[in-house]
Every structure is written in structure tokens, then in C-alpha cells.
Design a protein around this ligand. Structure first.
Ligand code: NDP
Length: 286
């Protein structure tokens, strides 16, 4: 039977361990709060009595912790020798620098660090379209491909341990700001008596930015910021209308006000007649 260990049993670790149990793996689990392993043990998982026992149970070790500080706290409980020869698949999210530091620290103790950035929430684990960013040693990832694919598909980004964390953070950056845009829009809708269910088809259409991304990306690559289709000055005028509508609705305006501030900086930098894409240069100067 193929073995795997899961350390960290928050919602994500629970889903990960559950997917391995469903796939017939011998699963060893460890969690700081031991009771969180109870249901998995009933389903057939083995409870490790210590971090060291979890690390040495056999197979790859999947870490699913809040952040890399939590990982440091967990690994501080074991003698360095317990890490020798282990492969740690770290699905914990944190910064690219923390991932690089962890990989170097583990390499010094004979262990291999695979950085993972899961792109779905826990219910998505084990579903066909789910994907995870991975970076680190390609041979380790290929060697554990069947086990990794129990969870999600693999998007391998390269040897640099920071890459998976970088792509993950960029994706999350876009996710949070886009979702905040939706929540703000819905707040204005509700303030005007429009329930979420009624606004849903309009929200879906407004949030579908695929056309714009595919239009802008080649122009950004080419350094073409010509304002032949859109201009920052037009965007700023539009955002003024959004602000007025927001205030008239009695809704907090801090999100559109923050966006307008960036557009005004673009105008102050002399880009008013250029495309919105020239804001990338303005943002990079901050
Ligand atoms: P949680 O923060 O809910 O749980 C993480 C686990 O970390 C818990 O088992 C917790 O133990 C443990 N932990 C935290 N601090 C310590 C510590 N100092 N020492 C030991 N253990 C500690 O996270 P999730 O399960 O939701 O997610 C795990 C990772 O996956 C995160 O990095 C998250 O960003 C990432 N992720 C999560 C997604 C989601 O939708 N949930 C989606 C994509 C990625 P205890 O039970 O004892 O508190």
C-alpha cells in the first residue's frame, strides 16, 4: 500500500488527507490540536504521536499549515536527523522568500522541499479541474506525480522554490481585489434594493474580464500603451461617476477611491492620454 503523511489538519489538510484515504493510501496524520484528527482516524488514518513519528512514517510528507511560521514551529519539534531523506510537499502558503529559505534550510538537513500553491478551496481537492502550482526539484515532483495527482493537477513552474509561492500570491492578489470589487458592487446594488440573486447575471458578465486580459497582454508585452481604445483620463472620469453613485447610495467609497487615486497618479505622471496599461509602470514606481 502506498504511504503518505499529512501534517496540518485545517480545512485544507482535512480535504487532502480525506482524498488520500479515498484513493486507498495508507495515511499518517499529525495535528497540533490532536482532536482534529479524530474523524480521519475513524476513516482509517493512523495518528502519529509526534511530529518525528509523522515524518518517518514513510512516503512523502504533505504540509498544510497556516503559514511558514507554523511550519517552523512544527519542525522545531524534531531532531534534524528525522528530516534526512524526506520529501516535504509544502502546500502551506507564504511569500516566495520564505519558500526559498525553507528549501535551503531543509536541504541543509538532507530533505527535499517541494513548494505547492493550491488554487482551489478544500472542496475542490480531488476534482478534475483543480490545479496546484508546484516548484522545486523536478525529479522529486515527477517521482511523486501519482500522489500529487490524487489531490489536483500539476502546474510545474521551475526549479526555483519561490516560483509556486510567487504565482500563488499573484493569483490571490487578483482574487482578493476582484472579489472586493464584487462585494462593493453588491453593496451598492443592495443599497438600491437589488438583491444578489437578481444582480447575479449582471455581476457574472461584468466580472468576466477574459476579453480585456487577452486584448491587453500582447500590448503590454510589446510596450504598446497607446490610448487608441481606452485612456486613463476616460477611466478617471468614469471612476468619478462610480464614486458619486457610491456616496449617493450611502456605501463606503474606499475601494473605488483607492482606484481613482491610482488613475490620478497616472494623469499626474503625464499618462492621461495613454492606455490604462500604462498604470502598470505607475504602480511599479510606488
Ligand atoms: P488553517 O489556518 O485553517 O489551518 C492550518 C493548520 O495549521 C491547522 O492544522 C493548525 O493547527 C496549524 N497550525 C497553525 N499554527 C500552528 C503552529 N504554530 N503550530 C502547529 N500547527 C499550527 O488553514 P487551511 O487548512 O485553510 O489552509 C492551509 C494552507 O492552505 C494555508 O496556508 C492556506 O493559505 C492554504 N490554502 C487554503 C485554502 C482554503 O480555501 N482553505 C485554499 C488554498 C490554499 P490547529 O488545528 O492546532 O490550530
Amino acid at each position: 500500500m502506498t504511504s503518505v503523511t499529512v501534517i496540518g489538519l485545517g480545512p485544507m489538510g482535512q480535504a487532502v488527507a480525506g482524498a488520500y484515504l479515498d484513493s486507498g493510501y495508507q495515511v499518517t496524520v499529525w495535528n497540533r490540536t490532536t482532536a482534529r484528527a479524530d474523524e480521519l482516524v475513524v476513516r482509517g488514518a493512523r495518528r502519529a504521536e509526534s511530529v518525528e513519528a509523522a515524518l518517518t512514517a514513510g512516503g512523502p510528507v504533505v504540509l498544510s499549515l497556516t503559514d511558514y511560521d507554523a511550519m517552523d514551529a512544527v519542525l522545531a519539534q524534531v531532531p534534524g536527523a528525522a528530516l534526512d531523506g524526506r520529501t516535504l510537499v509544502n502546500l502551506t502558503s507564504d511569500t516566495p522568500d520564505r519558500a526559498r529559505q525553507a528549501a535551503a534550510w531543509l536541504a541543509g538537513r538532507g530533505a527535499v522541499h517541494v513548494t505547492g500553491g493550491v488554487q482551489v478551496p478544500p472542496p475542490g481537492i480531488g476534482t478534475p479541474d483543480a490545479m496546484t502550482y508546484y516548484s522545486g526539484p523536478q525529479d522529486a515532483i515527477e517521482g511523486h506525480r501519482p500522489a500529487l495527482e490524487v489531490l489536483t493537477g500539476i502546474e510545474y513552474l521551475g526549479e526555483d522554490p519561490g516560483l509556486a509561492a510567487l504565482y500563488y500570491q499573484i493569483g490571490i492578489d487578483m482574487f482578493w481585489t476582484a472579489l472586493a470589487g464584487y462585494l462593493h458592487g453588491q453593496a451598492v446594488a443592495e443599497a438600491n434594493g437589488i438583491p444578489a440573486e437578481d444582480f447575479l447575471p449582471h455581476a457574472v458578465r461584468s466580472m468576466d474580464l477574459r476579453y480585456f486580459l487577452e486584448f491587453y497582454a500582447p500590448r503590454i508585452t510589446a510596450g504598446d500603451h497607446e490610448g487608441d481604445v481606452d485612456r486613463i483620463s476616460m477611466g478617471a472620469a468614469s471612476l468619478e461617476h462610480v464614486l458619486h453613485t457610491t456616496r449617493a447610495s450611502g456605501v463606503d467609497d474606499s475601494i473605488p477611491a483607492a482606484v481613482l487615486k491610482i488613475f490620478r497618479q497616472g494623469i499626474a505622471s503625464g499618462h492621461g492620454r495613454n492606455s490604462l496599461t500604462s498604470l502598470i509602470g505607475v504602480l511599479k514606481q510606488r
